[in-house]
Design a protein around this ligand. Structure first.
Ligand SMILES: [Zn+2]
Length: 435
């Protein structure tokens, strides 16, 4: 007989925040529509960007979600060009500004503003989101930046403090021995961190990792091979979180079913669109994830294109909730290589192929030109390195082959910064494309 799963705590959070009596789609959508119309009025009155953008739109005319879906999108470029034009409150009321380094050539960076009320809402979501995996008897180690007030680690600590769950914030992992020491002395049984760092920790310090029962991975794509390895070797359950700074860090988290995220739908309205046409795609089909943050004070975003690829599940979650499930995010639109015949290879193919090998620490993929792909791989140790390089080259040559033709693949051992030498947790891993 199947074990009965606890229902996602996100459902309780949504009921509390919305005052609804059920999270039935029709009721939740009616609530969201009302909030979307409100935020359109708010942004049109307070943000110079949306004042201009919606000059010919009367938000009172929006009577259903299909009407809302006719509004123009907001893009990362819009924010980069002039972040202050998004600001809806006086600057002195801004509590935190996060500057995201982007790879654009403009030299401008993306700035995201939060008011104190915005940060409190994130704490509230994190509180319930963490209940998907923790209870007050757990001892949690957070390997995300947490020094600054309002940073992701600080907000997590505040959230876990509400349920009196012991939380140690170490920040990004920069010293394996210090992390090992913290796990042992604090009897840690749950880790929150970045996928590549947690994997590195589990392979380098397997002894102390053995006491970890639960892991929450956040901020980047999580390879299935990584989840399988952590589960098999340490019998720990691996939960995924989906979010980005623009959303207010948190966007959705997996329940005990571990089969996709339940979303922060009391604060965010999610859509999946065809990235080419901008039209909605049906549930079950992949598209670009778009969200509207209708409860933000400092910087609400309307129909913001995330660049992430995702799909809504067509089957109800086995935890028994009526909430929708967003299937695990499989990658980013800009993080794919275009091959012949309009075929694409996503970064996740490299993640699964390379990081599944326990001797590989990390890697970097660079497309040098249309016919040459270079992969630098850093190895734990030199044993059988040449043989492994041959295997990787062969495997990827097969995967990248289109109609018998394939790109030339160079694999070389090289220096790639070790996973404990990261400097910015919100930077997602990417393919460098020199074409
Ligand atoms: Zn569920």
């Amino acid at each position: 007989m199947n074990k009965i799963l606890p229902k996602t705590p996100i459902e309780e959070w949504i009921l509390k925040r919305t005052g609804l009596s059920s999270v039935k789609q029709s009721e939740l959508q009616a609530y969201q529509l009302k909030k979307l119309v409100e935020i359109l009025g708010y942004t049109k009155n307070n943000s110079s960007f949306y004042q201009k953008k919606f000059i010919n739109w009367d938000y009172h005319q929006i009577k259903c979600l299909d009407d809302f879906k006719k509004l123009p999108f907001t893009t990362a470029d819009d924010i980069e060009k002039d972040p202050f034009s998004f600001l809806c409150i006086p600057q002195h009321q801004v509590d935190r500004i996060v500057t995201l380094n982007t790879s654009g050539t403009s030299g401008k960076s993306k700035r995201i503003f939060f008011s104190d009320a915005d940060l409190q809402k994130t704490v509230d979501f994190f509180d319930y989101g963490m209940r998907s995996l923790t209870d007050p008897t757990d001892r949690v180690l957070v390997l995300l930046p947490g020094q600054a007030d309002g940073s992701i680690g600080d907000l997590l600590k505040k959230a876990l403090g509400r349920t009196k769950t012991t939380t140690i914030i170490l920040g990004l992992m920069t010293d394996l021995d210090a992390v090992e020491h913290a796990i042992i002395t604090n009897q840690i049984n749950c880790i929150v961190g970045i996928p590549i760092q947690v994997l590195y920790l589990s392979r380098s310090k397997a002894k102390c990792f053995g006491q970890i029962e639960k892991v929450l991975l956040s901020t980047d794509y999580v390879p299935n091979s990584m989840v399988a390895e952590l589960h098999k070797k340490f019998n720990c359950r691996v939960f995924n979180h989906y979010g980005m700074t623009e959303m207010g860090y948190g966007g959705g988290v997996e329940c005990a079913a571990l089969n996709g995220y339940h979303l922060r739908e009391a604060d965010l309205y999610f859509e999946i669109i065809n990235p080419g046409t901008g039209q909605p795609v049906a549930d079950g089909h992949d598209g670009e994830i778009v969200f509207t943050s209708f409860n933000r004070q400092a910087m609400p975003l309307i129909r913001y294109r995330t660049g992430d690829i995702g799909a809504f599940s067509t089957t109800p979650c086995s935890c028994g909730t009526l909430l929708r499930t967003l299937k695990k995010v499989e990658g980013r639109l800009k993080n794919r290589i275009k091959l012949a015949n309009d075929r694409f290879i996503d970064l996740n193919v490299f993640e699964e192929t390379l990081l599944g090998d326990e001797n590989i620490l990390d890697y970097q993929v660079t497309v040098k030109n249309d016919s040459l792909l270079s992969i630098q791989v850093s190895f734990f140790h030199a044993d059988r390195r040449d043989e492994k390089i041959r295997q990787i080259r062969q495997k990827l040559t097969d995967i990248l082959s289109v109609d018998g033709k394939t790109m030339k693949i160079e694999v070389e051992p090289g220096y790639v910064a070790k996973p404990d030498q990261m400097v910015n947790s919100m930077i997602k891993r990417k393919i460098i494309d020199r074409r």
